[in-house]
Structure formats: structure tokens, C-alpha cells
Write a protein that binds this ligand. Structure first.
Ligand SMILES: Cc1cc2nc3c(=O)[nH]c(=O)nc-3n(C[C@H](O)[C@H](O)[C@H](O)COP(=O)(O)OP(=O)(O)OC[C@H]3O[C@@H](n4cnc5c(N)ncnc54)[C@H](O)[C@@H]3O)c2cc1C
Ligand code: SF4
Ligand code: SF4
Length: 440
């Protein structure tokens, strides 16, 4: 006679946190829980209401630090031991949500970089993004593609190939002569829905910020603005790092449930790649258009930035001498100007100096100013707050002059001079002048 006693159900257990293992990844466990039994504490670690847990194991699976595991009561452990002894195998319940996600992710492939241009003149940040895009595409094992939109802009596709793209999607027509959100949005949306890229990168410029937000909203995905770092995790997710909470922490943000993954990056944050002369690729022309009458914005006239000569692009400077609150007043910036002139560079500053009215806002380096990557950055009387550091820490060489030996700026400086800037800066200028004269 066969045994008709029903077999006990395999217990699922309850999730719990392993002490000291959580890396506060950004609450992935919380967002994965289908019954909302996880909340986050001030340290960014999960607090699990174990009595509500249904043992679905989702949080355990998403945790990148293996900080969560399932625990079982003594009675449940006894049932598990019994089931194991009898050799009964309870088939794992299919995780439909995970399967849907895997299917969605598999449909999206390729890294795209939007090639920003104005009157056919490309924005350098697009090439910087192709450099980073090449690295990401290599890790994902996919193509790096350029998205070129404009009027008579086909030469930009060739330029994109020289910076590493192997395919260019080209939307070319009079409708796209000047940037307007609506036609560019429609064109991007059309191409993304048709070709389904996995990652879309744009410059965090006025145009990029406007377009990226509109596109992300239309395609229904996430967007991380002003990223300072991009990488790929072992599940093909784009790890998007950017300052958060007023720049006090660096957060790595993932968009693991939606595709494409979209990010903007400010100019000069990523390194400019070397051109590969003669590199070519495939151009995919798309004749997508919308009626001009349906575009609500008309460009009547383009007013260029004033040519007063006062506007300085510190973002592109090779040598920057920056001053902070330690300068004590606007008149003292003359000593920085003298040093900058000797080096063939420009004067920049911290937000404190700008807020005090000692410098124009276009000179501000940092989170709410410019991101710079000069060959040499000399920080004078700048303490090195995180909001300043995120704007200059990727400079090739950082020299800090500060009378406080514990100033945080010394943590990112290659050379640190502890002393009074009013003595050190003129001494440096004199030394450089003397060296130059000796050379003549
Ligand atoms: C949301 C947000 C965004 C921000 N964005 C930016 C940004 O984009 N850029 C930015 O810079 N800041 C930004 N800040 C401000 C930032 O937090 C700091 O307050 C600011 O960078 C400090 O400027 P500082 O280093 O010039 O001044 P302080 O922190 O006051 O430092 C002055 C330094 O000068 C030194 N010093 C004084 N006298 C001398 C001397 N004679 N010789 C040598 N050293 C001397 C002192 O030891 C001190 O270290 C932001 C803040 C917030 C909240
Ligand atoms: S196992 Fe499932 S139900 Fe339990 S905490 Fe984790 S995600 Fe929530
Ligand atoms: S998913 Fe893991 S690392 Fe991230 S917050 Fe939760 S426990 Fe911590």
C-alpha cells in the first residue's frame, strides 16, 4: 500500500541581516521586497520585520554583499531535515518577476552616446563619453554606437568612428537644424524603441540635461544626472556614481528593472580618448521626422555668448590657479593671476570666493560650478570640501597651499605646501620667472 500522508510543505524561512556585512548599497533589498517588510535605518542598512516576511528570497538574491540570508525556526529545521532524509525534492517555485526582468534585459543591447552639436560643431563631452562608452561596451561585449541628430551632420558620424563608435544612427534633416526638445525627443524615442540600446549616455550640458530628462520620461526608464563614475556590475547593470546628499557621500545608483539605463556626465569628468585615424563604421540612416507645424517652439534668432573677453572657460584650461576664502579679499587674487599668467593658465576659485563676489560664477570649481581636469591645479587657501573636490580631483597634478596641515585638500594633493599663501604664491611666481629667464 502506498503512503498517502501528505508531505509537509518545505518551509521558506525568514530573511535576516548578517551583522557587519551590509555595504549600504542603496536599499536594493528594500525595493525588491514584495510585501514591504524591509525599511532602512539611518546607516542605510535594512531593518526586516521578520513576522511579515514571506520567505520569497528576493532580497537575498539582489544583495550585492551577501549580507542577507534565510533563517529557520527549530521546528522548520526539523521539517527540512525530515524532507532531506526522505529524499523528497520540492520543486523551486518559478520566479515569474525575475524571468520577466531577464527577458526585458535580453531585448536591450548596445551602448549609445548622444553626439551633441550646435551648427555642426560637436560638443567635446560627446567624445569623452565615447571614450567611457568604449570601456562599458567592452565589458558588456556589445557595440558602441553614436546617435547623431542634426542637419547636414553626417561628418560627425565619421568623427565618432575615430573616437571608438562602430555604428552611428543618423537622423538628418532641416527639422533638426537647431536644437528643440520636441523633435529631438521624438527622434530619440523612435530610435530607442526600434533598436533598444542597453545604455544611453548624454553630456550634462544645457542640451543634454534637457533632452535626457525628456527621453527618460518618454521611454519610461530611470536617469542618473551628473555622474562622476560609470561601470558595469556582474549582472550587466550600469553602476552610476554621483555625489548625493549635498555632496557628502558618493552614491552608486542602479536602474536594474528598466531599460535603457540612462546617465548624463558633465564635460571634463571622463578622459578624452585618443582618435584612431582612419577608423570607420556603419551608418544607419533613419528618415524619421514630424511635421514642422507640430513643433511648438520656433527658433527666431541665436544670440551667441558676448565676446567681451571676460568669459573664461576654466573647464578647458590646462593650468588653473584657484583661490578660496584664504585669499581674504578680491584684491589679493592679483597674486594668483600673476602665477597663472606665468604658467599660461587661468584663475579659478571655490564657491566661498564666488559667493563673496571675489570672482565670477564662471570661475567656480566644484559640484555647483565647473568640473575641471587641467594638467596642473594649484589650490590656494582652499580647505578641500567634498563639493570642491568633486570638481577638480581628477586633475593630472594637484598642488595645495594651505596653512592648516590637516586641511582635507592635502588628501587629494600630489604636492602639499603647508604655509602662508601670501608668501608661497609670490615665491613660486618668482621661481618660475627666474627659470624661464634662465632658459632664454
Ligand atoms: C550643495 C552645495 C554645493 C556646493 N558646491 C560647491 C562648489 O561647487 N565649489 C566649492 O568650492 N564649494 C562648494 N560648496 C561649498 C563647500 O562646502 C565649502 O564651503 C567651500 O568649498 C569652502 O570654500 P573654501 O575652501 O574657499 O573656504 P574654507 O573652507 O573657509 O577654507 C579656507 C581655507 O583657507 C586656508 N587659509 C586661510 N588663510 C590662509 C593663508 N594665508 N594661507 C594659506 N591658507 C590659508 C584655511 O586653512 C582654510 O583651509 C557647496 C556646498 C553645498 C552645500
Ligand atoms: S525574503 Fe522576501 S519577503 Fe522576506 S524580507 Fe526578503 S524580500 Fe521581503
Ligand atoms: S541589498 Fe544588501 S548591501 Fe544593499 S542595503 Fe540591503 S543588505 Fe545592505
Amino acid at each position: 500500500m502506498s503512503d498517502t500522508t501528505p508531505k509537509p510543505k518545505r518551509p521558506r524561512g525568514r530573511a535576516h541581516l548578517l551583522a557587519g556585512k551590509c555595504i549600504a548599497c542603496g536599499a536594493r533589498c528594500e525595493s525588491s521586497c514584495p510585501v514591504n517588510c524591509i525599511s532602512m535605518n539611518d546607516a542605510g542598512e535594512p531593518v526586516i520585520q521578520e513576522d511579515k516576511c514571506i520567505g520569497c528570497v528576493k532580497c537575498v538574491k539582489v544583495c550585492p554583499a551577501q549580507a542577507l540570508e534565510m533563517s529557520f525556526s527549530p521546528a522548520e529545521l526539523a521539517i527540512l531535515a525530515e524532507l532531506d532524509k526522505s529524499g523528497s525534492v520540492t520543486p523551486e517555485e518559478p520566479d515569474e518577476e525575475a524571468a520577466d526582468l531577464a527577458r526585458l534585459q535580453a531585448r536591450y543591447r548596445g551602448v549609445w552616446v548622444f553626439i551633441e552639436q550646435a551648427e555642426g560643431e560637436p560638443a567635446k563631452v560627446s567624445w569623452e563619453l565615447l571614450g567611457k562608452g568604449r570601456e562599458l561596451a567592452g565589458k558588456l561585449g556589445v557595440e558602441l554606437c553614436a546617435l547623431v541628430i542634426g542637419h547636414q551632420v553626417e561628418p560627425l558620424c565619421q568623427e565618432a568612428f575615430r573616437y571608438g563608435a562602430t555604428t552611428a544612427y543618423l537622423v538628418d534633416g532641416p527639422l533638426y537644424r537647431n536644437y528643440r526638445t520636441q523633435p529631438y525627443l521624438e527622434a530619440c524615442h523612435h530610435l530607442i524603441m526600434q533598436y533598444k540600446p542597453e545604455v544611453v549616455l548624454m553630456g550634462a550640458t544645457s542640451m543634454g540635461r534637457d533632452l535626457a530628462g525628456a527621453v527618460a520620461t518618454r521611454v519610461g526608464t530611470g536617469l542618473t544626472a551628473d555622474c562622476t563614475g560609470l561601470d558595469i556590475d556582474d549582472k550587466r547593470n550600469l553602476m552610476q556614481t554621483r555625489p548625493a546628499f549635498g555632496g557628502n557621500i558618493m552614491a552608486t545608483i542602479m536602474c536594474d528593472k528598466y531599460r535603457p539605463q540612462m546617465a548624463t556626465v558633465r564635460p571634463h569628468v571622463m578622459q578624452m580618448p585618443k582618435q584612431q585615424p582612419g577608423a570607420t563604421g556603419k551608418i544607419i540612416r533613419c528618415d524619421f521626422t514630424i511635421p514642422e507645424e507640430s513643433v511648438l517652439v520656433k527658433v527666431l534668432e541665436i544670440l551667441k555668448d558676448s565676446d567681451s573677453g571676460q568669459h573664461i572657460d576654466i573647464g578647458g584650461a590646462e593650468f588653473i590657479v584657484s583661490g578660496g576664502r584664504g585669499l581674504m579679499g578680491p584684491e589679493n587674487f592679483d597674486i594668483l593671476k600673476e602665477l597663472a599668467d606665468e604658467l599660461g593658465g587661468v584663475v579659478g576659485g571655490s564657491r566661498s570666493a564666488v559667493d563673496a563676489g571675489w570672482l565670477g560664477h564662471d570661475r567656480q570649481v566644484g559640484q555647483t560650478g565647473k568640473t575641471v581636469r587641467p594638467k596642473i591645479y594649484i589650490a590656494c587657501g582652499i580647505s578641500g570640501a567634498i563639493q570642491h573636490l568633486v570638481g577638480m580631483q581628477d586633475s593630472d597634478l594637484v598642488i595645495a597651499i594651505n596653512r592648516d596641515k590637516d586641511a582635507p585638500i592635502f588628501e587629494v594633493a600630489h604636492y602639499g605646501i603647508v604655509g602662508d599663501l601670501f608668501q608661497v604664491v609670490p615665491a613660486l611666481t618668482r621661481k618660475i620667472r627666474a627659470l624661464k629667464q634662465k632658459k632664454r
